[in-house]
Design a protein around this ligand. Sequence first.
Ligand code: ADP
Ligand code: MG
Length: 236
Amino acid sequence: SREFMQQTEKLTVVGELAAGIAHEIRNPLTSLKGFTQLLGDRIDSNQDYMDIMITEIERINTIVSELLLLAKPRRMDFHEINIAMVLKNIITLMEAQANLYGVTLKCEYCDDLPEFIIHGEENKLKQVFINILKNAIEAMEQGGDILISAQPIGNEIEITFIDSGCGIPPELLSKVGQPFFTTKEKGTGLGLMVCHSIIESHQGTMVIDSVRGKGTTVSIKLPLYQTQLKTIEYSS
Ligand code: ADP
Ligand code: MG
């Protein structure tokens, strides 16, 4: 399995740099895309070439957007959130896209998940779940089920995503999550790196287990919000 180790310092430097560069790249990219489209409409150019140019510009834009999300040293907007609810919302959001690829999202006890309160940033955690589900869907060319579950273990909540997709060969497992590592033609190789960075900022852990040809399990553990602590404070 692939455990994501503490790389905080490295990631912070990469993040700062990436955010700065990403910002600078975005504006010229937008005008480049605009003028390319305009040119395509104006001159009698080869439409295939124009389409390739625009697709490639969009690809750069995707990479740049993901890099921007790595912007690290900014204030986190942490709140008490019900992680079960966040998970449910994401499943609802992704269901249609999954079905389009013949994939069904199955959430164990989804309708009666108890409240699991954690301290975190809702949008960031949503982004993590979306990235993981996208990977799972992309790995299941034949379609199938993705099993999603959440259960408390000690002071933590464990959220697992189990797909029955292509899996990851053992020799590649250690590369997964490294910046720009991708096996996809249109991949950026930044999704899991962003996930890891977000989970780490929530004092959580992320582990990937995979068997080639069988499927992949992504497990995330996040500390539950210690409401007991308040009780202790009051009683002393
Ligand atoms: P991207 O999706 O853009 O390739 P990610 O960081 O999200 O970048 O994933 C990196 C690589 O990890 C993928 O290209 C793929 O090879 C592998 N991977 C991630 N999730 C899965 C999965 N659920 N099943 C199989 N392979 C996966
Ligand atoms: Mg991805």
